[in-house]
Each structure stands twice: as C-alpha cells, then as structure tokens.
Design a binder for this molecule. Structure first.
Ligand code: B12
Ligand code: SF4
Length: 510
C-alpha cells in the first residue's frame, strides 16, 4: 500500500489588508501542531506544508495526489482566499478527505463546509487522527462519535458532534515543517493551552477551553531547540492564551531556558505586574515582552467585557513593567456603545501615558449565530456584523455597525488613535531604547495605513443607507436586510444547532 499523502495548508492574508501588528508576520502555529501530531502518530505518512504567509500557493502543489488536505484559516484568511478554496475543491480527489480547522471553521462551520468535508471546532489533533483512521477503514465515512467536528449529512443538514476538551497536549512542532521558512522575526510556539477566565469578547477560550494544561518542561525545551536549529530564530512568540496562569510553571520554564540565547513574548494578564519577583526571574530568562489583555482604561468598558481587573490599578501596573524595561503590547478594543469619539481619544492618549509601547487599536468583533450554534454569548447582535469580506474578523478593520457612530467614523478613530498615541508617547518616553522601539512600531503601523484608508472608503459606501443624516443607525432597515440575506441560513442552522442543549453548551463553555 502506498504511503498516506497529506497536505497541510495555511491560508494567508489579503494583500490589500495587511496586519498592522509587527508580530502578525510570523506563522500561525495551530496547523503545525496538527500536522506534527499526525506525523508522530502515522510515521509512514508523507506530510507537506503549504504556507501562504511565505508566498506558497496551494495551486502549485499536486492537489490531485493527496489523500488528506488540512486547511487552517482565520475568518479574514477564509474570505481573502475564496478562489483558492474553489481551486482546491475542483482539483482534490473525490475520495480524498478535506478537513478545515482553526478559528473560522470553529465559529462558522457551515461556511467552511462549502469547501471541506469536515470542520473541526476546537483542538484538531485527535479528531484529525480519528478522521484519517475512519477514512482508511471503510468506503463510507462514519462521522458519528468523533468529538469536535461538524459536517453536512446526506439529508443536507448540519451535524455538530459533542465538544470535548482534551487533557493532554504533548505535541511539538516538527522543525522539518518549517524547512522553507524565510528569516523569521519571531517563531510561534505553544507551551500551554486554555485560560480559566471568561472575558465576554474572547473567542480564544472557545477554541482551546478554560482548563489550563501545560506541556512538560523537557518537551518545551526540545521544541524550542528544534525550531531554533531549523530556522535560526532566537525569538519566540508564545501563543499560550494566558502564559502566567500558574507561577510554578513559569518558574520552571524560566529556569530551563536560562542558559539559552532566546527571547520571548508571551500573553498574560495585567496583574502579572504585582509579582515583581517572578517578572524579574522571567526577564532574566528572556521573557522581556508581554502581550497583555489591557483592552481599555475605562472601568465601564472593562466591566462590560467581564475582565475581572481593578481599573484603578491599570496605570500603576503598566508603569511597573515600563520601569523594569519590559515591553508591553496590547490590543485596545473599541466599538461598545459608550465609547464615543472623545472616549476613544482619551484611551489612545492614556496608552502613551501608561507607557504601553505597542498598542493595537482594534474593533470589537463577533460571529453571528454563536448562541444558536453553541449556546455562547454575543455582545454584537447578528444583524450588526459585517460579514463575508476580506476584512471579516480582522480586528484592525471595523467589522460591525456601531449604534452611536458610523463604521467609517470608528475606523477613522482607530487610525487617528495611532497618531494621538505616538504624539504623546514621544513626549512621555525618554529612554533611548524604548524610543527606538516606538519608532520601529510607528513604521510598521504606517504600512497598514493604506489598508485602513481603503477600508474607510468601503465602509462609507456600505453604511450609506443604514444611517440617518444625524448619524443614528436605522436598525429596522439593517435587520430586514439581514433577514433577506441570512434569514434562510439561520433557519437552516436552527434545524440542527445545539446551543439550546444545556449539556452541549456547558461542555462548549469549559
Ligand atoms: C496568539 C494569538 C495571536 C498572536 C500570534 C498569532 C500567530 N501568528 O500565531 C498575535 C497577537 C500576533 C495575533 C494576531 C492576530 N490575531 Co490572533 N490570536 C492568538 C490566539 C490567542 C492564540 C493562537 C494560537 O496560536 N493558539 C495556540 C494554537 C495551538 O491553537 P490554534 O491556533 O487555535 O490551533 C488549534 C485549533 O484551532 C485547531 N486548528 C487550527 N488549525 C487547524 C487546521 C486543521 C485542519 C485542523 C483539523 C485543526 C486546526 O487545532 C489546533 C491545535 O489543537 C488566538 C486565539 C486562540 N486560538 O486561542 C487568537 C486569534 C486566532 N487571533 C485572531 C485575530 C483576529 C488576529 C488578528 C487578525 C488580529 C488583528 N490584528 O486584527 C492577527 C492576525 C495574525 C496572524 N498572523 O494570524 C482571532 C481570530 C478570529 C477569527 N475568527 O478569525 C483569534 C481567535 C482571537 C480571538 N478573538 O479570540 N494573534
Ligand atoms: S484573560 Fe485573555 S485568554 Fe483569558 S478569557 Fe480573558 S481575553 Fe480570553
């Protein structure tokens, strides 16, 4: 029997809408973990990677030859690559298995299933292995009982299996999968999964769950060394949702990598600043940058997002990081009804005063039908979401109809926030090293400017019928338009969606 041939594809961004964050230039690690796990479990399989971030094109691969095609995409990648997905659908073998995973498949499985046989709704390793095994064992593919998957049944209805959060996560990225990587600024790697918090806007916990699970320290060190040996990269983006969830784990990682020449950026919460001993111990091991879920300085906004932090202490905590020469990145979220233009300007200026070095000003984003499908919360109702465009769920680009301002005005406010921030930051920041960082960030933001201006023009056209001359949202009109365009899909989903089943919704929220 010939070896199983697998192609793993990471879809890329739309060239007109690049990401403003410098960190977004690295690869998304999810597909590498899935592909590496399959390689570990099925050593006879031949696994190839097609990374669109590096200019590789799926159409250049022999798509007809593969037994399994794995596709990973954010929403923005999905809607930026419809012609590519059509090419894959046209050229794939009919008896091949096409599986789509990652955020878009997880939150809009019905869209992913236009181009894939199966959508994976969360962690992909075990469901993918099981799918491959079942495909190999029979002519008809029996999908019942495989956790975390969705597919379209022979009756044309969406099927969603039970959701399971897995206990162990021992996979390491196979360095060979990065063989064709260009010189990387950052290599992404995951050391733990899950976050125990429950912020309202957060889709991350819906993918990876709320149970914090760690890899073993020897596995982590071996993975870092392997990626370093393959790519030469010494800087790692730790994609863990909340790396500092457990102090003992952080200490162990810090000790294990102390003698390595590595630098890390990891995600954490702002109260990490309170444990200065740990912050400094980690800094001595290369953890001198964090991406913090700051979101806002406004207590009302933080409460609305269920952030569970004390707003009065945000600034002092951020100063502590700055005083210890630790660089802070953070997404600052706009789009709630109470965030008018004045509040947005205040927040942008506050970021500089609080000495955040890399704020990314973003728009609240939401998928429709989340309550219906999964019993999950949505802050923005279905009809106010701008879907099916290359900027969909790319948070740098406004993707909702706010009630209090036009989408184009919000996008303009996002753009202006960068100017307000940089003007103030150069007044506040005196340390040469930090001023250099600000300058380099300012250059990368400038690269994203044309995309935002293009998006403003798009939004102005789109929103025109939906706002009165005075600027209030004509909600009845937008609702009835939504009904015309998406009502049938919603009703079709309602036939099999599982959000109303308490046991399903509970497992999903874990
Ligand atoms: C770390 C992170 C970042 C980092 C690094 C990203 C990077 N280059 O890897 C930074 C801060 C730079 C970033 C930026 C952005 N991010 Co981000 N990010 C995350 C976060 C928190 C973790 C991602 C991660 O790597 N996790 C660890 C790995 C192991 O998990 P995973 O990728 O989810 O993969 C697992 C499953 O999804 C699944 N899977 C994935 N692919 C596939 C494929 C197949 C075939 C199968 C079967 C399964 C499968 O299996 C994997 C392993 O179990 C996620 C939320 C999340 N996933 O939890 C958001 C997330 C992916 N980001 C998001 C967004 C929007 C962005 C930006 C576009 C934001 C912006 N600026 O506008 C940019 C895009 C950058 C980019 N290159 O993609 C959204 C995606 C929304 C959407 N629905 O499309 C998410 C979901 C955030 C959220 N709201 O919760 N991000
Ligand atoms: S702390 Fe971060 S990862 Fe955890 S729920 Fe909140 S936003 Fe999501």
């Amino acid at each position: 029997m010939s070896a199983l041939k697998v192609l793993a594809i990471q879809l890329g961004f739309h060239p007109d809408y690049p990401d403003v964050s410098t960190l977004a230039t690295t690869y998304n690690d999810g597909i590498y973990y899935v592909a590496s796990f399959i390689a570990d479990q099925l050593p006879e399989a031949e696994i190839e990677m097609c990374q669109m971030f590096w200019g590789e094109k799926p159409a250049d691969f022999p798509l007809e030859d593969y037994d399994v095609i794995l596709i990973s995409a954010l929403a923005t990648h999905f809607w930026s690559n419809i012609p590519t997905l059509e090419t894959i659908s046209r050229r794939r073998r009919r008896d091949a298995l096409v599986i789509m995973g990652g955020p878009h498949a997880a939150f809009a499985p019905h869209e992913a299933l236009k181009y894939a046989d199966v959508a994976v709704l969360g962690e992909g390793e075990l469901p993918t292995l099981e799918l491959i095994a079942r495909r190999a064992s029979g002519a008809t593919l029996d999908l019942d009982g495989i956790p975390n998957i969705a597919w379209i049944g022979t009756d044309g209805r969406l099927r969603v299996n039970d959701i399971k959060r897995f206990d162990k996560i021992s996979t390491s990225i196979r360095p060979q999968l990065l063989a064709r990587a260009p010189k990387l600024h950052w290599a992404t790697v995951s050391m733990s999964r899950g976050c125990p918090f429950d912020c309202s806007f957060c889709y991350a916990i819906r993918l990876l769950g709320r149970k914090f699970r760690t890899k073993t320290i020897p596995d982590i060190v071996a993975e870092l060394d392997g990626i370093h040996a393959q790519t030469g990269c010494t800087r790692f983006y730790v994609t863990d949702l909340n790396f500092t969830t457990r102090r003992d784990f952080c200490e162990q990682v810090a000790r294990a990598v102390r003698d390595r020449p590595y630098k890390f950026i990891s995600m954490s919460r702002i109260n990490h600043a309170d444990d200065e001993d740990l912050v400094l111990e980690m800094k001595a091991s290369g953890f001198d940058e964090y991406c913090l879920g700051v979101e806002s300085e406004d207590p009302g906004v933080l409460k609305a997002f269920n952030k569970k932090v004390d707003a009065t202490e945000q600034t002092q905590r951020l100063w502590k990081f700055a005083e210890n020469d630790i660089y802070i990145h953070s997404a600052i979220i706009y789009g709630l009804d109470e965030q008018d233009r004045a509040a947005i300007e205040r927040t942008a200026r506050w970021c500089a005063d609080a000495r955040i070095v890399h704020p990314t000003f973003v728009c609240l984003a939401e998928y429709p039908f989340q309550n219906l499908l999964f019993g999950a919360r949505q802050d923005v109702e279905d009809h106010r979401i701008i879907m099916e465009v290359p900027t969909y769920q790319h948070y740098s680009f406004v993707g909702i109809f706010p009630r209090h301002m036009r989408p184009s005005a919000l996008q303009q406010a996002i753009l202006d926030s960068y100017d307000i921030f940089f003007e103030r930051a150069f007044e506040v920041e005196t340390r040469p090293q930090r001023r250099m960082r600000l300058k380099s960030y300012q250059r990368s933001v400038a690269l994203g400017r044309a995309g935002m201006e293009r998006h403003i023009a798009f939004l102005e056209k789109l929103e025109q019928p939906y706002y009165t001359r005075e600027g209030s949202l004509r909600e009845d009109l937008i609702r009835s338009d939504f009904e015309d365009r998406h009502g049938a899909t919603r009703d079709w989903l309602a036939g099999t969606a599982r959000g109303a089943e308490p046991a399903f919704a509970k497992a999903y929220a874990r």
